[in-house]
Design a protein around this ligand. Structure first.
Ligand SMILES: *[C@@H]1O[C@H](CO)[C@@H](O)[C@H](O)[C@H]1NC(C)=O
Ligand SMILES: *[C@@H]1O[C@H](CO)[C@@H](O)[C@H](O)[C@H]1NC(C)=O
Ligand SMILES: *[C@@H]1O[C@H](CO)[C@@H](O)[C@H](O)[C@H]1NC(C)=O
Length: 488
């Protein structure tokens, strides 16, 4: 087979020639003082059409390597050759303390209990009528095959502990006044009766079943949007409560059930728009029994544009021992044309503007709605499509991290749990170049300042920290910045 012979012989000759030359060069180099080594000479590649290149040398030129210098501790040196043309190419890198990840250190996770409208079908965990003992309570495939494996991977990856909280959208059809998991109904009967006791026990069953998979919940909300119906399509799954009904359900059923259970799971009330504050707080927390069972108030953002944030501060002042937590927000809702708007910067602005505003009004955390959605803004079985910071294109096997994702990261990555907001005085206000900002002290003593410029022009400004000094800087047009420094 002549081609085989050709292939074997000709490279060998070339290698021997190159070998002799490089030995000569190496000897020459060893004779040179180190100071005169001016850096390696690169390979002069030549492609003979056999898939890769040779390096061409002659009497005066050949590619060389610098003597090996080991890198500083914590760094490494890499040499690489490749079919694509690299020949002992040197590069340096640093060892990271932990695996890099594309996430931005979220540490609050909201988990719907059974279906929400962002499911592919309506369902509950016990669709056997009149099963007051919940003997037929079973997690769905969605939990066992999707949510739990994903949560366990997230828990394993996260550097910080993840706080999970569960929220129910709907009870089983047989507990609801409208006899359907779909649409709005109330719980049948009244607080303290078998429907309410069973519904409270359903929460505990949910916690029990997740605990069997080593997934434990920091909190549950008493009901997702008990006043929904106005904002969501009529088919959307929900149980309606008035403030008085929630107070009674908490004080007589859900509160005692959670307190008796071994899970130590906290209870959040409201889980609806801030337009209902401080009224709901007064009704529910005004009852000392209910107030004892409730740890905090969960708030959604959908009516924030028409409800000033002062109601948050009022609620905090009335009930300072109960924290305020934002538990749902998304953009693209009520948008008839663009549920998903890939790369829209203003939707990111909308997120950070909300976070800055509510943090400055005693809110201690902020939770997005959907972690990821598809290109349509679903799946959603009532076609209530919206936008999300991460959009998946399943056909192409790619996902897009939108401006909203990075806006969230400007907070979530740098403001760990246990940080405290600190006072910040703005010396000048200007109508069309207003910067939004919040400052916090991290548990490790570092200060964090987040600055948002929603306007189309650069805004020069200064930061003065009496403990450290002064800097002059600029918030570029349409930008968000996070500054971090230590005071000593
Ligand atoms: C040797 O190779 C170098 C680099 O390709 C080239 O610049 C130089 O002219 C060559 N010398 C001779 C004598 O061919
Ligand atoms: C839960 O954790 C325990 C203790 O670490 C372990 O023994 C058990 O196998 C885990 N269960 C599951 C379902 O992973
Ligand atoms: C709290 O509300 C319950 C009804 O759910 C009532 O029985 C109880 O007396 C109230 N407690 C207080 C302290 O207001």
């Amino acid at each position: 087979h002549p081609p085989a012979v050709t292939l074997r012989v000709s490279p060998c000759r070339a290698m021997r020639a190159v070998g002799i030359l490089s030995w000569l060069l190496l000897l020459l180099m060893l004779l040179l003082p180190v100071a005169q080594v001016t850096g390696a000479r690169p390979c002069i590649p030549k492609d003979f059409g056999h898939g890769s290149v040779v390096c061409v040398c002659n009497a005066t030129y050949c590619d060389t390597l610098d003597p090996l210098v080991l890198p500083a501790p914590g760094s490494y040196v890499k040499y690489e050759s490749s079919k694509a043309g690299k020949r002992l190419e040197r590069s340096e890198g640093k060892f990271q303390r932990s695996l890099p990840s594309p996430g931005i250190e979220y540490n609050l996770v909201r988990v719907p209990m059974a279906c929400s409208d962002f499911s592919v079908r309506p369902y509950s965990y016990d669709d056997v009528p009149n099963d007051y003992e919940l003997k037929h309570f079973r997690l769905a495939d969605e939990d066992v095959k999707m949510k739990i494996p994903l949560l366990r991977r997230a828990l394993a990856m996260s550097k910080r502990p993840l706080l999970l909280f569960g929220s129910p959208w709907t009870a089983p059809a047989w507990m609801k006044s409208n006899g359907d998991v779909r649409g709005k109904g109330t719980l049948k009967g009244k607080a303290g009766d078998k429907y309410h006791k069973t519904w409270a026990n359903y929460f505990i069953k949910f916690l029990d079943e997740y605990a069997k998979h080593n997934v434990t919940f920091w909190a549950v909300t008493a009901q997702n949007e008990p006043l929904a119906g106005l904002l969501t399509p009529p088919q959307g799954p929900t149980i309606a409560f008035t403030a008085a009904q929630q107070r009674d359900f908490i004080s007589q059923d859900l509160g005692p059930a959670l307190a008796r259970s071994p899970h130590g799971t906290r209870l959040l009330m409201l889980d609806d728009q801030r337009i209902h504050l401080p009224h709901w707080a007064k009704v529910v927390l005004g009852n000392a029994t209910a107030a004892r069972y409730v740890a905090g108030l969960a708030v959604h953002w959908y009516l924030d544009a028409i409800v000033p944030p002062g109601c948050l501060e009022t609620t905090h002042k009335l009930f300072p021992d109960h924290f305020l937590l934002y538990t749902e927000a998304c953009t693209g809702f009520f948008m008839f044309r663009f549920a998903v708007s890939l790369g829209c910067w203003e939707r990111g602005d909308h997120y950070s503007y909300s976070i800055l505003t509510v943090m400055n009004h005693f809110v201690s955390g902020w939770t997005d709605w959907n972690l990821v959605l598809d290109l349509e803004g679903g799946p959603n079985w009532v076609k209530n499509f919206v936008d999300s910071p991460v959009i998946v294109d399943g056909d192409k096997d790619v996902f897009y991290k939108q401006p909203m994702f990075y806006h969230l990261g400007h907070f979530s990555k740098f403001i760990p749990e246990g940080s405290r907001r600190v006072g910040l005085r703005s010396s000048r206000r200007c109508l069309l170049c207003q910067l939004e900002h919040v400052a916090v002290l991290r548990p490790d003593g570092a200060l964090v300042l987040v600055v948002l410029n929603r306007f189309g022009r650069d805004v020069p400004f200064g930061i003065q920290d009496p403990a450290v000094g002064f800097i002059e800087t600029v918030a570029p047009a349409h930008s968000i910045q996070t500054y971090l420094w230590r005071q000593q």
